[in-house]
Design a binder for this molecule. Sequence first.
Ligand SMILES: Cc1cc2nc3c(=O)[nH]c(=O)nc-3n(C[C@H](O)[C@H](O)[C@H](O)COP(=O)(O)OP(=O)(O)OC[C@H]3O[C@@H](n4cnc5c(N)ncnc54)[C@H](O)[C@@H]3O)c2cc1C
Length: 479
Amino acid sequence: MLESHDREALFQIVGPAGLLEAPDDLAAYETAARYGGGKAAAVVRPADTAQVAAVLRHCVRRRLAFTPQSGNTGLVLGSTPDGSGRELVISLDRLKHSPRIDVADRTVTVAAGVRLSALNALLEPHGLFLPIDVSSDPMIGGMVATNTGGARFLRYGDMRRQILGLEVVLPDEAGTVLQLSHGLRKDNAHLDLRQIFIGSCGAFGIVTAATLEVQPRPTQTAVALLVPRDEDAVLELLQAFEAETGGTLSAFEGMSEAAMRHALAHVGALRNPFPEGLPAYAILVELTSAAAYRSGEPTLDQVLESVVTRLAERQSAPLTDVRFGQPERFWALRHALSAGLRAAGPVIGFDLSFRRSDVMSFRRVAIARLATTYPEWEVCDFGHVADGGVHFNLLHRRDIAPDPIATAAMSDHLLDLAVRDFGASFSGEHGIGRANQHAYDHYTPALIQQYSAAIAAVFARVSAAGVRFGPKDSVGVER
Ligand SMILES: Cc1cc2nc3c(=O)[nH]c(=O)nc-3n(C[C@H](O)[C@H](O)[C@H](O)COP(=O)(O)OP(=O)(O)OC[C@H]3O[C@@H](n4cnc5c(N)ncnc54)[C@H](O)[C@@H]3O)c2cc1C
């Protein structure tokens, strides 16, 4: 609950549409995308950069803790408040003034509150798109703050690779606005401070706008679902596709039988591509090209088919089955995996990233360990195999709430296996939030923690509450 002084000051800055305090209005901002959430003192919704700066000035002067929020699709409890009822949520959802598209430069300057789908709809008539593919619909500010990865990482990279400029408001007493480059593809004239804000989950400042490089939209797409011979064959398939598809490979996504089964059971309008029985593991492979088709050249469908045929003819072929089909149909299944699990029961998600040669070995060891030690959890993994990313999701088999102590022990065991034995990252692409703060504290080398805290102290007098790169200060506000 806000003190009256704060209510009046914030109301003066953002007006009636910008300050929410009624429980019904707060609920959507307090509830996290998958599970959990917290309780906000209020939600403040600035409508432009000047209002963001004024809100931050007020928060810093009054030592009010806050959590920045964009699309609230994050999966690590970074964008929702804690349970104290003392934190403000600063939502960027009103920062959505029209993007400035520069076709000649192939860039767009876009406000933090614009959704990925809305941006791509505006870019489409220009034959352009922002090539980040996720099963959610985040906003640009959150995508910068978490450095979103997604299913086309292997071709286009993560959000960091698209960012040419940023506008950031610092949580200091002046509400300083930093303009960090304006769309130059090369700039070695000074330190590239943008990089500190990308992927730092709002700990150092609030992103209000970004200038992004955008890409020519593909005009041809070909997809297939491959069934690998065994786990070792997955890397062999990936290497073959990289070598033989002339730079057109744009996705190579692994899906376990369990993940596909739950999606097909719980998400409507999906068609099973394997009606005779789901394979233990399938790979969605996609080739795309923005080049116009020229007659006489093979189409991408033909390229895909000929690569698959050559692989199938190899001695000890790395694949045992293949399905060709409509891109929308196969992608609908891939994009439904997360929702299918969510509907199936209590899920714990591990957002792991490995050297890609370790992905399947980890999977083999982890599945065996869980089967003997924690059989109540079903492994329903899927992920961006080509970049080493694995969403190692575990579904509780029983129709009861999981025991928290046993779950914590299982989680520690699995993270130790991934991080210590396989050299994995415990946060491949979802960033740091309350859900994995303990993993940050536990696994991040002490020196990295110290330097990160020192950088936080340079930029932020009061840091976002959802993520902490430094120790708590004396008044309990995280910084
Ligand atoms: C079904 C589903 C599938 C997903 N798949 C993927 C995937 O494949 N790859 C992937 O990378 N992610 C994935 N995600 C996670 C999520 O969509 C991304 O992390 C996304 O980029 C978050 O953006 P958002 O706008 O929702 O941010 P939010 O959830 O609102 O915020 C995320 C973090 O950024 C901070 N933040 C938000 N806005 C700002 C701002 N303007 N300035 C500073 N800090 C800010 C928040 O405090 C929080 O710490 C998935 C999520 C779901 C629900």
